[in-house]
Design a protein around this ligand. Structure first.
Ligand code: PMV
Length: 332
């Protein structure tokens, strides 16, 4: 066993368009947030067992004390994948600056950094696809029926077009196979990400929507089709660098998400404030009912729109520059 510390970090993420419909086989676009990261350090522990320390949460536990915790299960699966001995003395330290349960991929980022740090500790070279698959199993334990978009964008760390493809006319989410493609971003653009400050676990709106989809499948399938159409148009607007068109499409996506029943008063208030202050487009991002919204702005308008978002109740506002290669986020 190694005697030094191995550290890995992974980014948060933002869904640009297509959330929820992506669970039902329609495409979505997601972006990694390079500067908002979760970091995991793995090192030998002085006493037997696998010890966790979530430093931001002031929480410490040993794996055998919480065997059903999702991170405990992820560590078990990763160690089995790596053929590591089960009776180790390991310390796993977790830190993250990604807000929890806010639609910015905190869970996937922690899990991805954890798998990467364990792999580094055991000098294993895991591909992004393998890491993504291990993290997907973790997301399934947390959310029930995740599309896989979060683990994919976080593991591959690049803007992606993501789709669960298939097969049957009205696909059941579990029958679909994930596929990912890099996307073309012709011109850099600026997004503001405003947090409502309302925490909402992904599985709640996802589960609620599932029940409504079961009760009235044609209505929701039609909405999912429209959201899929928006995603195709967003991809074309990104490839052309057509920002007014991108803004219009983000607005349209928000209206459709409202019709799906996953927005909230706080999200709608921030979307309206951003538009009123001159944003080119705005929508909720992620699972909804809380968490964050995004606004597309001309760079020169960012400060003014951010101030309006704060006045309208945003708990925090980040400015994000999206380019083909990388996405950085700064707190305003
Ligand atoms: O993890 P969140 O809160 O950003 O939501 C993920 C996006 C959903 O489409 C709502 C769910 C999924 O698994 O794709």
């Amino acid at each position: 066993m190694q005697s030094i510390t191995y550290t890995a970090s992974s980014p948060g993420k933002l869904i640009l368009c297509g959330e929820h419909a992506v669970v039902y086989g329609r495409p979505a676009i997601a972006l990694p947030l390079r500067d908002l990261r979760a970091t995991v350090a793995v090192m030998p522990a002085p006493s037997p067992g696998i010890h966790f320390a979530a430093l931001d949460l002031s929480d410490k536990w040993r794996l055998d004390q919480r065997p059903d915790d999702s991170l405990s299960l992820l560590v078990g699966e990763t160690l089995r994948y790596l053929n590591a001995q089960p009776n180790l003395a390991l310390m796993i330290r977790i830190t993250s600056v990604i807000p929890i349960a806010s639609g910015m991929g905190s869970g996937a980022a922690v899990a991805t950094a954890l798998v990467r740090a364990l792999a580094a500790f055991f000098t294993a070279d895991l591909s992004a696809a393998t890491i993504s698959e291990l993290v997907y199993q973790n997301e399934r334990r947390l959310h029930g029926t995740p599309s896989g978009i979060d683990n994919t964008v976080v593991a591959f760390e690049q803007p992606i077009w993501f789709e669960r493809k298939n097969q049957t006319h009205t696909p059941h989410p579990s029958s679909l196979t994930p596929s990912m493609e890099p996307i073309t971003i012709a011109a850099p653009f600026t997004l503001l990400i405003a947090d409502t400050g309302v925490r909402s676990a992904t599985k709640l709106p996802v589960g609620d929507l599932r029940r409504r989809w079961q009760a009235d499948t044609p209505r929701y399938e039609a909405l999912f089709d429209q959201i899929g159409g928006v995603a195709h148009a967003v991809r074309a607007a990104l490839a052309e660098g057509n920002m007014p068109e991108l803004g219009r499409l983000l607005d349209q996506n928000h209206v459709l998400l409202c019709e799906l029943g996953v927005s909230s008063t706080e999200l709608d208030t921030l979307v309206a404030a951003a538009k009123h202050a001159g944003a080119l487009g705005a929508k909720l991002s992620g699972a909804g009912w809380g968490g964050v919204m995004l606004a597309l702005v001309d760079p020169g308008d960012a400060t003014r729109v951010a101030a309006s978002l704060r006045t309208a109740g945003a708990a925090s506002v980040l400015e994000t520059m999206v380019t083909a290669a990388e996405i950085s986020a700064n707190r305003l």
